[in-house]
Each structure stands twice: as C-alpha cells, then as structure tokens.
Design a protein around this ligand. Structure first.
Ligand SMILES: Nc1ncnc2c1ncn2[C@@H]1O[C@H](COP(=O)(O)OP(=O)(O)OP(=O)(O)O)[C@@H](O)[C@H]1O
Ligand SMILES: C[C@@](O)(CCO)CC(=O)[O-]
Ligand SMILES: [Mg+2]
Length: 401
C-alpha cells in the first residue's frame, strides 16, 4: 500500500474578479486555509473483480466507489495516456463520466458536488488510469464561497495524483512544520497547475486560471491573460474574511457576467477596462516599500479606495447580493472598507484591516458581523502554494496525520 498526500491553499482576490475572465488584470493571494488530498494506491489485485476506486469526501460527508472494471468499460481506457502533458477533457469523455455519476445516488441537496466529482474522475483516470486506490479529501475552506475551494480541490488532487505517478517530486521540507509537508520545484508546479486548470474547466466552464495559479504557486500574484507576476510586499496587507453563508455557484455567475457583456458590449468593455486600471494600481501599491507609519497609512487609504471602486464595478456586473451589501454597511459603520471576493452572489467578503486598528474594535466588528449569522475568518495572506507528502506520511482512518 503506497500512501502520499498533497495540500493546496485557498485564495482571496484583492481586485479584478470576473474582469480577469475578459482579459483584465487581477490581484490574488494565497491564504492559510487548505484542502488536503491523500491517496492510498492499492496493489493491482489478483482478484480483478474486487478492485475499486474509492473517493471519501469528508466535508460533504459522502463516499463513492467505482469498480475499476466498470471505469474501463465506460471510459474505454485502461492505461493513463501520459501524465506529463495536461490534456483537456473531451465532450465524449465528459459524457461518459456523467454516465458513471448517474449510477450513484447523489442527494438532491448536494447535487452541486457533481462538477467536483466529474473533475475527480477525469483527473484520476487521466493521470493514473483505472488503477485501484482510495482518495480522501478534507478542507478548511467553505465550499462554493469565493475562497477558491474548487481550485484548491483541483490543485491538491492533481498534486497527489502526479506525485503517485512519480512525475512530481518533493524538493524539501518546510521549516517549522512537523507534518512532513514538502515543497515542489517550479517545473513540477507548472505541470500541476496545467492539470488543475483542466479540472477547473470542468467545474467553472470558463475559468481565467487565476484561482488554480495562486493555489499552486502561493504568494501574492498579479494575473493577466494567463501571465503571472509575483508581487513582493514588505508589509503584508491584513484582511478579515466574512462568509455570508449564502451559497452560490461560480460557473453560473461567470456565465451571467458574460451574458451581460454580450448584451452591453461597449459599456461592459469600459467596466472591464476600469477594473484593469484598479488592479494595476493595487499591484503597484502592494509592492511599495512602506517603512514608516505615515507611509503605511497612506498605502492602506489608497488600497481601501481602490477596493471601494472595484466593489462598485462588481455591482455593475450584477454579482453583488443583499448579504454582501449588509457586510459593506456593517463594516462602514466602523469606517472600514469591504468588497466581495471571488465570484460574489453571496459567498465571502473582504474587509481591509488597517494596521492602526485596535484589536478591541476588530473584535466589535466581528461580533456585529456574526450577529447577522455571518462567519468571520482571520487569515494569513500570501503564504505557500502546493505542498506534498511523499511516502513517510502517516495515514490513519483516511486522514493524513
Ligand atoms: N473539499 C471539497 N470536497 C468536494 N468537492 C469540493 C471541495 N471543494 C470544492 N469542491 C467542488 O467545487 C465546487 C465549488 O466550486 P465553486 O467554484 O463554485 O466555488 P469556490 O471555488 O469555492 O469559489 P470561487 O470560485 O468564487 O473562488 C463544489 O460544488 C464542489 O463540486
Ligand atoms: C469569478 C472569477 O474571476 C474568480 C473566481 O474566484 C472566475 C475566474 O477568474 O475564473
Ligand atoms: Mg471556484
């Protein structure tokens, strides 16, 4: 029994969501909330008929199992066609995967999981073929809330599968972490990112690639038309995240913005252009070295103003929501600026926390937000991307410990 694991972070988008799908720049950063995937690869069984592929999703609390023979029969494939090159999922293959999913009873209330399950079956069978194994997924991220849970799912999944395939290797430990998590080299990260993007396409329809890129490479990045620039910041920005707990679906929201753009092409082109300028300005402010209090305060004031402008443009795109407006009004009472993050339509909102804000006031803001049944997260921004644990990781009851 061969065990390996991978973890990949969620993200926040400081500026540019949606517009980035239409070619504008956006700025995003990794956060210290992770999705973990572990894989226990079974030896090729003597008893062929008993071999299965199992998936245990801890967060929705659902488990699935497919006989390997059935996978071979429906997908008309056995061996993986080569993990070193990321291939898109063809419409025929997606239809075959849908047939495999129909054979499982997914509760109606959790039907939104189907897209993630399709991405899983595509990634597993493309990278490892129809080999027997057990994959377990658990996450700190709320699902479908704007913190990039789909990207963290696809990146950690691609990471663990490519590690098991022997294509991705760990390059060294992370100091201060006792869990055996190791970093991955740049070329391997590029490959993981390309596979994860193919998975995101199944979940999102038309992703820009920013979410999988920041989850894979970590740090804070500017992203435009597939090009990524690392942003170096001497004073990391502090953000409070509020999850409105209003469920939404990124694929539908992205499609809604594209439909509005086709109805009002000139007006929306101007909106996307304005967002591009905001993201460019945010990325240069983030990189400004600020060594004294006045400089930090003016940097934060500029960021707050740009976030406010970006939120107004997201309203123009039709992706705000009454719950998001409630967060904006609540934080404004404390002179704090907020904007939605991710696809909007509910989900999560970012609030800029100025360095000079006292903990007492911050706790009051959180208490008032939580009185609306929202959930607040204090996160570290700009940390590591994908990490893997190759052999040597302890495996207990489906979880890597
Ligand atoms: N831990 C997980 N277990 C199972 N499926 C998951 C998990 N995390 C994400 N998913 C899949 O991803 C889908 C959510 O993706 P979606 O893109 O709508 O939201 P998000 O990625 O959290 O937000 P955003 O794209 O705005 O950052 C879920 O419906 C599910 O299919
Ligand atoms: C809404 C969007 O811009 C960000 C979702 O986190 C979609 C994407 O870029 O793929
Ligand atoms: Mg997503």
């Amino acid at each position: 029994m061969e065990v390996c694991a991978a973890r990949a972070p969620g993200k926040i988008i400081l500026a540019g969501e949606h517009a980035v799908v239409h070619g504008s720049a956006a700025v995003a950063a990794a956060i210290d909330l992770y999705t973990r995937c572990s894989l226990c690869l079974m030896p090729l069984a003597d008893d062929e008929a008993a071999a299965t592929l199992e998936l245990d999703l801890k967060d929705p609390g659902l488990a699935f199992s497919w006989p390997c023979g059935r996978l071979r029969e429906v997908l008309l494939t056995d061996e993986a066609a080569g993990a070193r090159e990321a291939r898109p999922c063809s419409p025929d293959r997606l239809a075959s995967i849908a047939r495999l999913l129909e054979e499982h009873e997914i509760p109606e209330a959790k039907i939104w999981l189907s897209a993630g399950l399709s991405a899983f079956l595509f990634l597993y069978t493309s990278i490892l073929g129809c080999r027997p194994g057990k994959v377990t997924v658990s996450s700190d991220l709320p699902m479908g809330s704007g913190l990039g849970s789909s990207a963290a799912f696809c990146v950690s999944m691609s990471g663990v599968l490519l590690t098991a395939a022997g294509v991705v290797t760990a390059v060294g430990g992370i100091s201060g972490e006792g869990m055996g998590w190791e970093l991955v080299g740049k070329d391997d990260l590029e490959l993981v990112n390309r596979w994860a993007f193919q998975g995101e396409k199944i979940i999102h329809g038309k992703p820009s690639g920013i979410d999988n890129a920041v989850s894979t490479f970590g740090s804070m990045i500017k992203f435009k038309k597939g090009e990524l620039t690392n942003l170096k910041s001497s004073n990391p920005v502090k953000m409070l995240i509020t999850d409105t707990r209003v469920g939404r679906n990124t694929k539908a929201l992205v499609a809604g913005v594209s439909e509005r753009a086709s109805r009002h092409s000139d007006a929306m082109a101007s909106v996307f252009n304005a967002v591009n300028s905001i993201s460019e300005e945010v990325s240069s402010i983030v990189e400004l070295a600020a060594n004294d209090e006045i400089a930090i305060t003016s940097k934060e004031e500029k960021l707050a103003e740009l976030m406010e402008m970006n939120q107004g443009l997201l309203q123009c795109m039709g992706v705000s929501h009454s719950s998001i407006e409630t967060v904006l009004r609540t934080t404004l009472k404390f002179n704090l600026v907020s904007k939605l993050t991710g696809a909007g339509g509910g989900g999560c909102v970012l609030t800029l926390i100025p360095t000079m804000l006292s903990n007492l006031v911050l706790e009051k803001v959180i208490a008032e937000l939580e009185s609306h049944s929202f959930r607040c997260f204090k996160v570290e921004v700009g940390g590591q991307g994908l990490q893997v644990c190759q052999g040597g990781c302890s495996y207990f009851n489906g979880d890597v410990v």
